[in-house]
Design a protein around this ligand. Structure first.
Ligand code: NAG
Ligand code: NAG
Length: 391
């Protein structure tokens, strides 16, 4: 009776998850051995200003409260390798990135708002702002999944954006590894740091004919394994997420049995996949969609326990317009997550961006939050969909 009463006030899903995490077959377990699912949202920090988005409108603490109200347990927090390269070579000042991204004239008043909302001290560095986000998420008991989203700090991703594949114009493989070494060390003291996503949406380097012949699973295995081992040495507690080919829609190497799980960090390796509603594969009903997800790599959760791995949908999303959540795409995903006890991380939290592809104060119609990050954008999508996703 007492316990039942307590649980009705504190549903299980909001109880704290204790780190470090491990994998067990297709599941994640926390430090107490309790199974749980990732349930969260992406918060971008990888774009041109090289600091987390939204801070000219709301303080970090109040954005974290908005996430908490959505009953989420994780934030996929994105960074660019460029931000780390500059930290290593000595350009650390957060203000400079904002002025560079927005120009002196537009950047100065935005920087003033960021400082005012967040009471940042003079000379605050980019990494100190990342640390502050991690600190507030930690206080709220929300896990941090740190994601290397792109090399050059900007909106992602295209086949010919120079960041598609190892060795692409702006994707220096050595710097990527160096950046991970730095970040894995730097973030191991974050209070709820749970996992790392090694590289977002690897894809065919369409702008780079010479490199295209190296776009295959062998090259993938060489580089991604090196990164996984590097990160695992720096911070052995964290789970490491691998991202597949084709903008992270393809993990056939796992479902076809060629992936050697035993060669990767033990009980610390998981997979992430993305899926958006693309017009080509117009989704009409759930069973065909579910089979296509299984074939694309989600079947990894259904292998025998010694081979099975957890998979998390670290990006999926749609317009927050009260309608898109009713499409077969959104509804079938909801069913799939529940049936497969699969984790999910919605794209995206942002109500707006400092700058997206040259457009300043760009509105994000897929954002869970309104343009000024003050409240949710569409109550109906939140109450009838986001809050009802399995946890
Ligand atoms: C690891 O991170 C800590 C905290 O940021 C820092 O003081 C230390 O110098 C770093 N070590 C290396 C080897 O980078
Ligand atoms: C959403 O609901 C809250 C209260 O539940 C209300 O304050 C807010 O104005 C609503 N927002 C929108 C966009 O309808």
């Amino acid at each position: 009776m007492y316990i039942a009463l307590l649980l009705s006030f504190f549903p299980l899903s909001t109880l704290a998850i204790t780190i470090p995490l491990s994998t067990s077959g297709a599941s994640f377990i926390d430090a107490t051995g309790t199974k749980f699912n990732y349930a969260g949202v992406n918060w971008p920090g990888h774009m041109g200003a090289m600091i987390p988005e939204g801070l000219q409108y709301q303080s970090i603490a109040s954005i974290v409260q908005s996430i908490k109200k959505l009953n989420m347990n994780v934030v996929r927090f994105t960074y660019s390798t460029q931000m780390v390269d500059e930290a290593i070579t000595g350009t650390v000042d957060a203000k400079s990135g904002v002025l560079k991204a927005l120009g002196e004239k537009n950047g100065a008043p935005i920087w003033a708002k960021i400082v005012e909302k967040n009471r940042f001290p003079e000379g605050v560095t980019r990494l100190q702002i990342f640390d502050k986000v991690a600190e507030e998420l930690g206080k709220a008991g929300i896990l941090v999944h740190l994601d290397n989203h792109i090399s050059k700090a900007m909106w992602c991703c295209g086949g010919n954006d120079g960041n598609a594949w190892f060795g692409d114009r702006d994707f220096d493989t050595e710097r990527w590894i160096r950046g991970w070494k730095f970040m894995a060390n730097h973030t191991k003291s974050w209070p709820t740091l749970a996992s790392y996503g090694l590289r977002n949406e690897l894809r065919s380097p369409d702008g780079n004919a010479n490199l295209k012949s190296t776009y295959n699973w062998d090259v993938w295995t060489r580089h991604v394994k090196n990164a996984a081992q590097t990160v695992n040495r720096e911070n052995p507690n964290a789970i490491i997420f691998l991202s597949g080919l084709g903008f992270d829609t393809d993990f056939s190497i796992v479902t076809n049995g060629k992936f050697k799980k035993e060669e990767w960090p033990t009980k610390k390796t998981a997979l992430e996949l993305h899926r958006y509603d693309d017009k080509k594969n117009n989704i009409k009903e759930c069973s065909g969609f579910a089979s296509s997800l299984d074939r694309s790599g989600w079947g990894a959760m259904k292998l025998e326990s010694s081979k099975a791995m957890p998979v998390v949908m670290t990006e999926f999303g749609f317009a927050q317009d009260g309608k898109a959540f009713q499409t077969p795409y959104a509804q079938c995903l909801k069913t799939y997550f529940k049936q497969n006890k699969a984790g999910w991380i919605y794209w995206v939290l942002s109500g707006s961006y400092y700058d997206r592809s040259g457009k300043q104060d760009s509105d994000e119609e897929w954002g869970l939050l309104k343009h000024d990050w003050s409240d949710v954008r569409d109550n109906r999508t939140i109450s009838d969909y986001i809050m009802k996703l399995s946890r």
